[in-house]
Design a protein around this ligand. Structure first.
Ligand code: PMP
Length: 365
């Protein structure tokens, strides 16, 4: 009996029947460049600080943690700047949980969330899990999205929630703040919550403005961030948002009590105190990202410009065979389901060289 037959015997919700769980392959391969992690380890100083902070929590582990994770919210506000304070911040177990909580509060049955594919593949899954309808907007040539087009589409659909991902996964491209402004204004009629997912913001080229600049005076705007990427803490599961305080009050209605463990809170606070050390490799990753774009271009492929820690590239006749040959060489990258394209995470110099050399060999054959 396969998994679907076994599931069909359960009284599963009708709308979940036949669905596949999210899952990039987790394979035991020497070079993992498939899920946009920071492949540099946590620096020793930060590791020691986290270890001490976690050890200090052990005495109180019989008690529930601070349900309001006040210290963490303060530390995140200080990290983001822009005049934000603890009341503007919410955090959860990865930004996936933050996005899920937003849909629990502002989506749900009879409501519509909208995204602009190709974009983060969890948006439709989070919508489905929360009983929210999902509508796909349309991009222009080269996966572009103009303020005018995005605004018109939002106006026409009147969604309750809009996901804008910038830098966008899987294309790597940033959206101008004019797009965020246009979508926010177009969402006025349906009172849409506009979520700008900035999971990869720290990797953007210098001078790229964040939607944090637009929060003032826009109570329906939410900027979502994560410690999984630039901070090299994917395993700790800490994501967060900045918004008007009312949005965090709405989330308090749906969050599980004590959803952030004492260990998670201590880890994140210690990491933020050591943010200089943790973020030290971001510049090195950006160098490798730019190198991937340059060298794949020289190989005759078509890399998309990237402001993130990964590169989407096209120009291959048979991407599945490229993916398999790289895997045989011990390099795992990602087939994101866009015809003719693959996505690779920028790693250390050595990991990036292994990927680029593998690509050169494959193309030479
Ligand atoms: N948003 C985007 C655009 C992502 O690519 C990811 C991770 N792949 C997430 C959110 C979620 O990351 P996390 O839950 O680890 O914060």
């Amino acid at each position: 009996m396969d998994q679907f037959e076994r599931l069909s015997q359960l009284p599963l919700r009708d709308d979940l029947r036949g669905q596949h769980p999210y899952g990039a392959p987790q394979l035991d391969v020497p070079i993992l460049l498939n899920v946009n992690e920071n492949t540099f380890g946590v620096p020793l100083d930060a590791k020691e600080a986290i270890l001490k902070a976690v050890a200090d929590e052990l005495d109180g582990l019989n008690r529930y943690p601070d349900r309001e994770f006040t210290e963490l919210r303060r530390a995140l506000a200080a990290y983001l700047g822009h005049g934000l304070v603890a009341e503007n911040i919410w955090a959860a177990n990865g930004s996936n949980e933050v996005l899920q909580q937003l849909l629990q509060a502002f989506g749900g049955p009879g409501r519509i969330a909208m995204g602009f594919p190709p974009t983060y593949s969890m948006y439709p899954l989070l919508a489905s899990g929360t009983g929210t309808a999902y509508a796909a907007g349309v991009r222009g040539a080269g996966f572009s999205l103009s303020a005018q087009s995005a605004g018109e589409q939002v106006q026409a659909l009147a969604p309750n929630v809009v996901f804008l991902c910038s830098p966008n996964n899987p294309t790597g491209t940033v959206l101008g703040l004019d797009v965020v402004e246009a979508v926010y204004e177009a969402g006025e009629a349906s009172s849409a919550i506009v979520i700008v997912d900035e999971a990869y913001a720290e990797f953007a080229h210098a001078g790229t403005p964040s939607a944090l600049n637009l929060l003032e005076g826009r109570p329906r705007l939410v900027v979502s961030r994560t410690m999984s990427k630039a901070f090299a803490l994917a395993g700790a599961r800490v994501g967060y948002l900045a918004s008007a305080p009312e949005v965090t009050d709405a989330i308090r209605l749906v969050r599980l009590p004590y959803h952030l463990s004492a260990i998670t809170q201590a880890t994140a606070v210690a990491a933020l105190r050591n943010s200089d050390a943790l973020l030290a490799n971001v510049e090195a990753i950006k160098v490798q990202r730019d190198r991937i774009v340059d060298e794949l271009g020289q190989m005759g492929l078509r890399p998309a410009p990237s402001d993130s820690n990964f590169v989407l590239f096209g120009g291959m006749a048979d991407p599945s065979s490229v993916w398999e040959k790289l895997l045989a060489d011990g390099v795992l990258i990602r087939d994101v389901g866009i015809p003719g394209h693959l996505r690779v995470t920028a790693g250390t110099e050595a990991e990036t060289s292994a990927f680029l050399n593998g690509m050169r060999d494959i193309l030479a054959k």
